[in-house]
Design a binder for this molecule. Structure first.
Ligand SMILES: Cc1cc2nc3c(=O)[nH]c(=O)nc-3n(C[C@H](O)[C@H](O)[C@H](O)COP(=O)(O)OP(=O)(O)OC[C@H]3O[C@@H](n4cnc5c(N)ncnc54)[C@H](O)[C@@H]3O)c2cc1C
Length: 459
């Protein structure tokens, strides 16, 4: 008799796992039932800001595979608009509610894949019935925001609350749509995924685009008029708004897992081993934004909710469920984003992470250009490196620049992943031709500067 895999959550982690399991085990051997409470499977939330700005079409274009494709080509029983409400570990059952048809089902599982993603932070002041307040977590959120932006009266003033990368991308999207945009951030500076000296470059660029930045200013409420949001309330007075976008970060969506007694780690994510098994719970797997993982540089558990990890972790879980062997090696925190043409990349530890992890370190900032200075289109590029003292091992890197900056972080990520020292890095055989780099690539210039800084502190 076929075993049964139940998957909770039909996006990146869940469907990667289900697809890999199916590739290895036919439907005679493994029945796969997917519960997804939303309207879409395998969609790209990452594309939402570019859909809002109008650079890409949506929502269909943001969907990698429709439920019907999984049903017909992967022999999966995909139940859309079904929300799992409980997991009974003892009886190996889940309870799911049909959000449209009504009613409840109980389904048995042999293997359970928990891939319920993350929940956007929503402080009490953000819970409002006023129109014009949007999250950007799902394609439905994106569609609702687009409808509001297109409707009469057309909003003119947007306030984005939260200056993480999603808030920054949304501020860019709204500026591109011609709105006047204010970004409000409770901490001292937006873009805290990089150190403040690098974040300053991003903030300058945003101001240059016309975004008003209000940092160090916690939001305490929302005002409404005639059922529509009219202002964001702060200690320094209200900021008028016709549309408000919330980008306040996310936390792992573990409510069901926690209620079922699965182990939750210090970051709030589900604890998993390298094969994405939940320790102590045979046949239970978890992956994606709902789990915590190992940071390979600090050695600490971290919650890094990114699609790149969700896909890889789901794949690992699926290979293992399918009878193969795969492990997830952890993360080093590599991420890229952009503000119009300004690109931002980061990997590894920021200065404060390195301090918290107990490293002795130096940091350097190297200014360079994206191409040979004489070649058309050469633009400034700033590279920051953080290296352990006295070993010189790379601990972290950040890049801000106008062209070809973001993906240069991948060179640094590979160096970091492999434990290279900045001295090793100065010898890297990187490509050079005037249209692509100065004769000394910005990465090499930064590595040389770090070697000099290490030598100076050793003297
Ligand atoms: C605006 C935006 C931009 C982003 N940009 C990037 C980027 O550029 N690069 C990057 O790497 N990452 C990016 N991300 C993050 C990326 O989208 C997530 O990390 C990724 O989608 C996580 O995949 P997941 O499968 O773990 O969770 P999710 O994609 O959240 O999927 C979880 C699914 O589970 C469903 N679900 C939850 N609870 C239940 C339940 N009880 N019953 C049934 N179904 C349930 C949800 O409806 C959801 O479809 C972005 C995210 C957003 C919102």
């Amino acid at each position: 008799m076929a075993q049964r895999l139940i998957v909770i959550g039909g996006d990146a982690a869940g469907m990667s796992a289900a697809s890999q399991a199916r590739r290895r085990r036919g439907s005679d051997d493994l029945e796969i039932v997917v519960f997804e409470r939303g309207h879409f499977t395998s969609y790209s939330a990452c594309g939402i800001p570019y859909w809002i700005s109008g650079q890409v079409d949506g929502p269909e274009q943001l969907i990698a595979r429709e439920p019907e494709t999984f049903r017909t080509e992967f022999a999966m029983d995909v139940r859309m608009r079904h929300e799992v409400t409980a997991i009974d570990i003892e009886r190996r059952e889940v309870v799911a509610r049909d959000l449209e048809g009504g009613g409840e089902v109980r389904e048995h599982f042999d293997e359970l894949m928990y891939a319920a993603g993350a929940t956007p932070a929503q402080p009490p002041w953000a819970r409002t019935d006023a129109g014009g307040v949007f999250g950007v977590q799902t394609l439905d959120d994106g569609a609702a925001l687009r409808d509001w932006l297109d409707a009469d009266p057309q909003p003119r003033r947007a306030v984005v609350i939260g200056g993480g990368y999603i808030g920054v991308e949304m501020a860019e999207a709204l500026i591109q749509r011609g709105l006047s945009v204010t970004l409000v951030e409770a901490s001292d500076q937006p873009m805290s995924t990089v150190d403040s000296d690098m974040a300053e470059l991003v903030v300058d660029a945003m101001r240059g685009l016309g975004v008003t930045i209000r940092a160090g200013l916690p939001v305490t409420g929302l005002e409404q008029r005639d059922g529509r949001v009219s202002a964001v309330v702060t200690a320094e007075g209200p900021i008028p708004a016709d549309v408000v976008v919330l980008g306040l970060g996310v936390r792992p969506n573990v409510a069901l897992a926690e209620a079922a007694g699965l182990p939750i780690g210090p970051t709030g994510g589900i604890r998993v081993d390298r094969r994405m098994r939940v320790p102590g719970f045979p046949g239970i797997w978890a992956a994606g934004d709902c789990v915590e993982t190992l940071h390979r540089v600090s050695g600490m558990p971290v919650h890094v909710p990114l699609g790149t990890h969700a896909n890889k972790q789901g794949r690992v879980a699926g290979i293992n469920i399918g009878g193969g062997y795969a492990t997830f090696a952890g993360v080093i925190g590599t991420a890229v984003t952009k503000v119009c043409e300004l690109e931002v990349g980061r990997t590894g530890l920021r200065e404060r992470d390195a301090s918290e992890a107990g490293f002795d370190f130096i940091s350097v900032i190297a200014e360079s250009t994206s191409r040979a200075g004489y070649y058309p289109g050469a633009r400034p590029m700033t590279v920051k490196l953080i290296a352990e003292r006295p070993s010189g091992r790379l601990l972290g890197a950040q890049i801000v620049g106008w062209s070809e900056a973001a993906k240069r972080i991948d060179t640094l990520a590979v160096a970091l992943w492999n434990g290279m020292t900045v001295d090793d890095m100065t010898a890297l055989d990187l490509g050079y031709a005037p249209p692509y780099a100065p004769v000394w690539d910005p990465v090499l210039i930064a590595a040389r500067k770090a070697v000099d800084a290490l030598a100076a502190v050793a003297r």
